[in-house]
Design a binder for this molecule. Structure first.
Ligand code: PEP
Length: 269
């Protein structure tokens, strides 16, 4: 069974003391959360706060991730951050291909693929974001976009390396808009994603790969989204900036313990 994985993408938000407090609060609340060992959790602060957040999370099972990474190891690449630097400050994960980097900064699938390879080669676990724009969904191109992002983003990746890759399906129309994909829409896209993974690699890789959903996830919809058979967690933007909201989402991803009659997390079962 795939262990659920919830990651918070803090984007370009917070100042130094807010970032430290958020991390410290999360550490404290996650420590006393029941069955915390049944879920993986990470936060991805802005680069400049990675070290202080790492210090605030010291001793916690909450992991650290970066919001991006560059593919070169070192040298004259002004403004960029390498895999080694991220490892050095305690990162385990790096988001690659976030829709804001694709559509605001203009990153291509080819660039994203280079970043992903570099992350894997250097021992970082990439979270590859994929997903369609609203106009693409309206034109019936959702599956074509998912397939293109997967085939190009994962080009040249080996089966063994896929053990360290997470996919985040994030329909762009649902990111930061308050508009969430319905659980059925998310499941449909995730099932299709797994089908393409089976075609690129094999069924074993497809079944083992974690696919997060991202797009206006909040405590009130997290459990139902994550109870879909192919939804293995969440990549969370806005709601990861408030400890109570993020903890509510994490709790929504913790598998129900015991029998359903004693638990109502609104998971739809
Ligand atoms: C994201 O940034 O990946 C995201 C899903 O944002 P939000 O949760 O705010 O929609």
């Amino acid at each position: 069974m795939r262990k659920k994985f919830v990651a918070g993408n803090w984007k370009m938000n917070l100042n130094a003391s807010e970032a430290q407090s958020l991390a410290a609060e999360l550490k404290a609340q996650f420590e006393v959360c029941e069955n915390a060992d049944t879920i993986d959790v990470a936060v991805c602060p802005p680069f400049v706060y990675l070290s202080s957040v790492a210090a605030a999370l010291e001793g916690s099972t909450v992991e650290l991730g970066a919001q991006d990474v560059y593919f070169e190891g070192n040298g004259a690449y002004t403004g960029e951050i390498s895999v080694e630097m991220l490892k050095d400050v305690g990162c385990r994960y790096a988001i690659v291909g976030h829709s804001e980097r694709r559509h605001v900064i203009g990153e291509t699938n080819e660039l994203i693929n280079r970043k992903l390879h570099s992350a894997l080669a250097g021992g970082l676990e990439p979270i590859l974001c994929i997903g369609e724009l609203l106009e693409e969904r309206e034109k019936g191109q959702t599956e074509a976009v998912i397939e293109r992002h997967l085939r190009k983003g994962l080009k040249g990746v080996g089966k063994e390396q896929m053990l360290n890759v997470t996919i985040a399906y994030e329909p762009v129309w649902a990111i930061g808009t308050g508009k969430t994909a319905t659980p059925a829409q998310a499941q449909e896209a995730h099932e299709f994603t797994r089908k393409i993974l089976a075609d690129i690699f094999d069924e074993e890789v497809a079944q083992a790969t974690r696919i997060q959903y991202g797009g206006s996830v909040k405590p009130s919809n997290a459990a139902e989204l994550m109870s879909q058979p192919d939804v293995d967690g969440a990549l969370v933007g806005g709601a990861s900036l408030k400890t109570d909201d993020f903890m509510g989402i994490i709790k929504g991803g913790i598998p129900p313990q015991g029998d359903c009659s004693s638990c109502c997390r609104n998971c739809g079962k």
